[in-house]
Design a protein around this ligand. Structure first.
Ligand SMILES: NC(=O)c1ccc[n+]([C@@H]2O[C@H](COP(=O)([O-])OP(=O)(O)OC[C@H]3O[C@@H](n4cnc5c(N)ncnc54)[C@H](OP(=O)(O)O)[C@@H]3O)[C@@H](O)[C@H]2O)c1
Length: 304
């Protein structure tokens, strides 16, 4: 039976450690602070931001939620970011994406001070990460590494194959794995004979954004699989394709009319030595690492 890598439990451990650190900083008169900027009323974004703000409260961090209206301009958003860059009570700035069409996301993210860039999206942090300097790394790939390390899965010398090369998941995941001394291969939509490459993976990271894309014949038996994908499926046909015979999922699907599947077909997990389930695998790590990055930013900014 493959081992299920329990992201909820690992995220819980990290949050406990963050809460301890926050307590220790409080003794020095420091309270790490996160500013969350939520534009307009995108329901999924509202849920994400609410849970980030709640987690700050749970762990003792200060948080400030800013909610500019839907019609906000790039210039107005730049003013918001500049004022957060200047505030001493704010250590981390989170701009919830996506932003409305009229706002230039790239200009805005580049305006966030790299030292407060707790999402790790700023090119300065990408450069620091690549150069092996202290950097705020993007939360989801940082979570992937935490799962591997805390589960005792060796990384050094292993062949890690990352499918996906986005700036927020694939590329930084590959870089972090390289820093842990894995031999890393990055695949993408132009990779020839993808299955031949993924079948070589001791550690397979799937960050593609396509439901059940990694099928059993693309996996080496005994591999560790980290499934970053989050894809909502709503049709009975899709449900049967991924979860036929899974009674627990069936009940949830019937109740809600949808369920989540990762980028890895559930049958492919059966070949693995260990894997992260979806949901409950990589997902929970993202908020935990955001909290950890905020505390880290607070310390780095003060030279601690
Ligand atoms: N767990 C979390 O907290 C979390 C956080 C972020 C993202 N996610 C999920 O992770 C997934 C990836 O997110 P992302 O932001 O990295 O997505 P993205 O920006 O759309 O990137 C997808 C990557 O997959 C590659 N790809 C697409 N089709 C492919 C194919 N047929 N064969 C090989 N590679 C292919 C793309 O290649 P090209 O570069 O060649 O186009 C691209 O590099 C999504 O499901 C997203 O929802 C989860």
């Amino acid at each position: 039976m493959p081992k299920i890598l329990d992201g909820v439990a690992i995220a819980g451990q990290i949050k406990l450690e963050v809460a301890e650190e926050v307590k220790a900083l409080a003794a020095q008169g420091i309270r790490p602070g996160l500013a969350a900027v939520l534009v307009g009323h995108v329901p999924a974004s509202e849920i994400y931001v609410r849970s980030k703000v709640q987690t700050c409260a749970d762990l003792g961090l200060y948080s400030d939620l800013l909610t500019p209206p839907d019609a906000v301009t790039t210039e107005e958003m730049l003013d918001v970011v500049r004022s957060l860059n200047d505030r001493d009570d704010i250590d981390g700035i989170l701009i919830q994406l996506p932003l409305p069409k009229q706002v230039d996301t790239k200009i805005l993210l580049d305006a966030v001070s790299p030292d407060k860039d707790v999402d790790g999206f700023h090119p300065v942090n990408a450069g620091r990460l690549q150069a092996g300097r202290p950097a705020l790394a993007p939360c989801t790939p940082a979570g992937v590494i935490e799962i591997l390390k805390r589960s005792g899965i060796p990384i050094a010398g292993q062949h890690a194959v990352v499918v996906g090369r986005s700036d927020i998941v694939g590329k930084p995941a590959a870089m972090l794995l390289l820093h842990e001394n894995a031999t890393v291969t990055i695949c993408h939509s132009k990779t020839r004979d993808l299955g031949a490459v993924t079948r070589q993976a001791d550690i397979l990271v799937a960050a593609i954004g396509r439901p059940g894309f990694i099928t059993p014949e693309m996996v080496k038996p005994g591999a560790t699989i980290l499934d970053v994908g989050i894809n909502r499926i709503t049709t009975r046909e899709d449900f049967e394709r991924y979860f036929a015979g899974n009674q627990k999922r069936e009940a949830a699907f019937t109740k809600r009319g949808s369920t989540i599947v990762g980028d890895v077909h559930p049958q492919a997990f059966e070949l693995a030595a260990a894997y992260t389930p979806v949901p409950g695998g990589v997902g929970p790590l993202t908020i935990a690492m955001l909290m950890s990055n905020t505390v880290r930013a607070a310390k780095m900014r003060r030279g601690l």
